[in-house]
Every structure is written in structure tokens, then in C-alpha cells.
Design a protein around this ligand. Structure first.
Ligand code: NAP
Length: 458
């Protein structure tokens, strides 16, 4: 696939980037491996993390420019792009500040003697990332690996090459040593060959199930660890005692955030029967009247989908859902205007036999379900192949906490949604993947947790 910037607001081709050659790949792997063998990787954490501080400063200094590049490549709202740029600097700062503590030795009580766990880098990582958070996804894998001493070879999504290039430029400008991060414009087949290379020790991937399966299979074949961050069909539960205004605002925002192309946003609305009618009426009104337009316009609330393919795929998915018995309550198709705009859409009456019941809709399409009891909520929430995240809205925090504990996902939010921060772990269960990114859990995914024991035997 060609690496191209195509503005999703107009579908105008802005620039095509040439693919890297086999020689470029070899040079990247050689530099990364040499760096891993050097005192940079094998030395103390403190010697590495200053670069992350500097990187955060550079990002802050170029924040508006970075945000605009992101809007032009994948169409998110300028305000969301600014938020993304802000959080990547915060991730760099978190690991700059905390990595030494996260990776400090941990003592273990043992009858056999003095025992502790040390944390050492593993080697060169292959990462494959998606376009929906084109900087955040890269920083999630760069900052912890850099702090831990693992050089990284990266393949970004082919529709965000400008974001990929500028991220690499920033890393280099911050003073990262040669080999610490390489952006490669390469094919899936080349990713597979790189994973097989003896110099690679692990693979981290965020994206679809198909790509995740391909990468995890190749990693397993070569006995290498992988982490996968896949999709989800997150529930957004509204109980009868919820603050309805708050739940409505959050629900509409969450379903339309990044034009509905966020892995952890509200996808299945699960409404208690006592408030279902009112919630649906007000939700429909809000979705129908949302301001759609140019993502660079500060007043716009819904921009385009990331590509023409994404829009066509979503339209077909909605058609299939309706053909299988769902009711199209609102919207349902691509808009008749330039760019990849899609109508805010609501589906009701989705039965378990409908393929839509188990699918992720990666766009502004809400599914509505009505339930009577907390047990029903848990049953519906867990009747899913995915297990990424979810939200529960209720004034009864104890009841919400009890529900949160019973829902099978990597995260649950109570009276908010999709709240992510550098210090909070991120990841799913079931077909949403395995492993965690961000926080102290993320940095430990690809380190050698080495036991050292000094015997107390005489
Ligand atoms: P995708 O098609 O899987 O693309 C993601 C990345 O994988 C891209 O760099 C893509 O490259 C690459 N890729 C695709 N097939 C590959 C293969 N066989 N081998 C190696 N690389 C391959 O995913 P998407 O549809 O663009 O992204 C949306 C999905 O990602 C959604 O399901 C979403 O929920 C999920 N997601 C999850 C998280 C999370 O943290 N859990 C975060 C964001 C998104 P090309 O662009 O060149 O095809």
C-alpha cells in the first residue's frame, strides 16, 4: 500500500511518500541492534530519560503545527488534535520522571537468601500502529521502550506518513541516539520478515483483529513475545438513577469523538428501561443536530472519517445490520458532499442473531439496547468477543462499582468515559488483545524481569 497523505475533508492527494528499501530496513535493524548492545541500553535509566524531557519540550514548542498535520492527514477535530499533542508530551514526561522508579529492583522475601528482581532491556522491538491517534500511538510504544533501553523499529499506518515522519524528526532532534527509533514505510510482508529477524525480540501492535492475528502468529512462530491492542464494542451503561444530562453529554461526545473512530469510545448503549425512552429521544435530537463540517473549524463537532474506504465499509456494515433486522433510527449512510463525512447513525432492535450485535462499528454509529436488571446488563456486556473498556453512569457509586467489577473488560469508567492518562494502564481482554501500554505496567511488558539470588546457605 502506498504511503500517502490524502486529506479526508476533501479527498485531495497532498503527498506520496516513497517506500523504504531492503537496504534501509537492514540499516535500521543494524543501528538498532548496535544501540541495544551499547552502554546506552545496558547502562542506567537516568542516562536515557533526559532525551524524553527534551522531546516533551520540542512537542510543546511545535504543538499547533503538529495538530494541524494530524487534522490534514486523518481528519480529527483541531481541538482533539491539540489534546493528542498535549498528551504525548505528558507521556514523555511521565517516563522521564518515573521510569527509574518503575524499573528499580524489587526485593523478594525468601528463605533461600537475599532475592530481588532486576529490570533489563530485552532488545529491538517491532511496532505496528494505527492512524486514529497518529502521535499518541507512537509515543505509547516509544517512551517506555526508550526509557527501558529497547530500540524500536516502527511501521505506521500508510495514511499518516506525515505524522510518522515528523515524530521521527522530533525524536532525533531531542537527541535520541542513532537506532533508538526508526520509522519505516514498508509492507506487511516486510513487517513479517522483520519480526522473524534474530535481532528482533518482540512485537507490539495496535489495530484490527486481522493484522493483530498476522503479527501475533509470526511472533509466536519465532518464539517472540507480542502485545496486542485491538478493537472493542464498549458498553455505555445508563442506569435509571444516573444524572441523565451528564450521561447524555458524555454519550453523544463519546460516540462522535474522532468521528466515532476511537477504540475505547461508547459503542453499545445499554439503557435501563425506566430512562430508555427519554435517553433515546434526547440522544437522537443531539446526534441529529450536531454541527458537521471542516475539522479545522473550531465550532465543528463531527468531522470526516479517515478515508473513503472507511466510509464505504461503514455504510455496508450498517446496511448488513438493517438487512438482518435492525431498525435504522437515524442516519445510516455516507453524506452527499466532498470528503468522507458519515451521517450520525443510531441502530435499535439489534437481536443476538444480527452480525452487528458482535461487531465493532468504527464510525458515528450507536447501537441501543434496553435492559431491566443489573444481571441483564452484565450478561449483555459480557456477551461480546471483545473486552476493551466500558462506562457506567449512576448516582449510586456502590452499585456502579459492583457492575464495573462484573464486566469483562480491561477498563471501566464510572460517570465518565474513555478517560486515559499516561499513568493509567491501557489494554483489553478477549479479542481486544493482551498486554498493557502506558503506566508502570506498560514499561514492564518488554523488559527482562530477572531474578538474582544470593544464597544464605553456609
Ligand atoms: P489495521 O488495518 O489493522 O491497521 C493498523 C496497522 O496495521 C497499520 O499500520 C496497518 O498498515 C498495519 N497492518 C495491517 N495489516 C497488516 C498485516 N497483515 N501485517 C502487518 N501490519 C499490518 O487497523 P485499522 O482498521 O486501520 O485501525 C482501526 C482498528 O484499530 C480498530 O479496530 C480499533 O478499535 C483498533 N484500535 C485499537 C486501539 C487500542 O489501543 N486497543 C487503539 C486504536 C485503534 P497499513 O495502514 O499499511 O494497512
Amino acid at each position: 500500500m502506498a504511503y500517502q497523505t490524502i486529506n479526508p475533508t476533501t479527498n485531495e492527494l497532498v503527498k506520496t511518500y516513497p517506500n523504504h528499501t531492503e537496504a534501509d530496513i537492514e540499516a535500521a535493524l543494524a543501528a538498532a541492534h548496535a544501540l541495544y548492545k551499547s552502554s546506552w541500553a545496558q547502562g542506567p535509566v537516568k542516562g536515557r530519560v533526559q532525551v524524553l524531557e527534551r522531546l516533551a519540550e520540542l512537542i510543546d514548542a511545535r504543538a499547533e503545527e503538529l495538530a494541524k498535520i494530524c487534522v490534514q492527514e486523518m481528519g480529527k477535530l483541531i481541538s482533539d488534535a491539540r489534546d493528542e499533542v498535549w498528551i504525548i508530551a505528558e507521556i514523555a514526561r511521565l517516563y522521564a520522571r518515573e521510569a527509574e522508579g518503575f524499573l528499580a529492583p524489587i526485593e523478594i522475601e525468601s528463605g533461600l537468601g537475599d532475592a530481588w528482581i532486576e529490570h533489563h532491556p530485552l532488545g529491538v522491538m517491532m511496532v505496528v500502529e494505527p492512524w486514529n491517534f497518529p502521535y499518541y500511538q507512537l509515543m505509547r510504544v516509544f517512551a517506555p521502550n526508550f526509557a527501558a533501553g529497547n530500540p524500536v523499529v516502527s511501521k505506521h499506518a500508510s495514511i499518516v506518513p506525515h505524522c510518522a515522519s515528523v515524530f521521527e524528526e522530533l525524536v532525533n532532534e531531542a537527541g535520541a541516539p542513532k537506532g533508538a527509533w526508526a520509522n519505516l514505510f514498508i509492507t506487511s510482508g516486510q513487517v513479517s520478515d522483520i519480526i522473524a529477524d534474530d535481532r528482533i525480540v518482540g512485537a507490539a501492535m495496535t489495530g484490527s483483529e486481522g493484522a493483530g492475528t498476522a503479527i501475533a502468529t509470526q511472533a509466536a512462530k519465532h518464539l517472540k513475545k507480542s502485545t496486542l491492542e485491538m478493537g472493542g464494542n464498549d458498553v455505555f451503561v445508563v442506569l435509571e438513577d444516573a444524572d441523565l444530562d451528564k450521561a447524555l453529554d458524555a454519550g453523544v461526545f463519546s460516540r462522535l469523538h474522532i468521528s466515532g473512530q476511537e477504540c475505547i469510545c461508547a459503542k453499545r448503549f445499554v439503557l435501563h428501561e425506566d430512562i430508555a425512552e427519554e435517553f433515546l429521544a434526547r440522544f437522537t435530537e443531539a446526534m441529529a443536530s450536531v454541527k458537521i463540517g471542516d475539522p479545522m473549524d473550531e465550532d465543528t463537532k463531527l468531522g470526516p472519517l479517515s478515508s473513503a474506504d472507511a466510509s464505504a465499509g461503514l455504510a455496508q456494515q450498517v446496511e448488513r445490520a438493517v438487512a438482518a433486522g435492525a431498525t435504522l433510527h437515524l442516519g445510516g449512510k455516507a453524506m452527499d458532499r466532498p470528503g468522507n463525512f458519515f451521517e450520525p447513525t443510531i441502530l435499535t432492535n439489534i437481536k443476538r442473531e444480527n452480525p452487528a450485535y458482535f461487531e465493532e462499528f468504527f464510525g458515528p454509529v450507536a447501537q441501543m439496547y434496553v435492559v431491566k436488571t443489573d444481571d441483564e446488563i452484565v450478561e449483555l456486556a459480557n456477551d461480546s468477543k471483545f473486552g476493551l473498556a466500558g462506562a457506567v453512569f449512576s448516582k449510586n457509586i456502590e452499585r456502579a462499582k459492583a457492575l464495573a467489577s462484573r464486566i469483562e473488560t480491561g477498563a471501566i469508567w464510572i460517570n465518565t468515559f474513555a478517560s486515559t492518562a499516561p499513568e493509567l494502564p491501557f489494554g483489553g481482554v478477549k479479542r481486544s488483545g493482551y498486554g498493557r501500554e502506558l503506566s508502570q505496567l506498560g514499561i514492564k511488558e518488554f523488559v527482562n524481569q530477572k531474578l538474582v539470588l544470593v544464597s544464605n546457605a553456609a
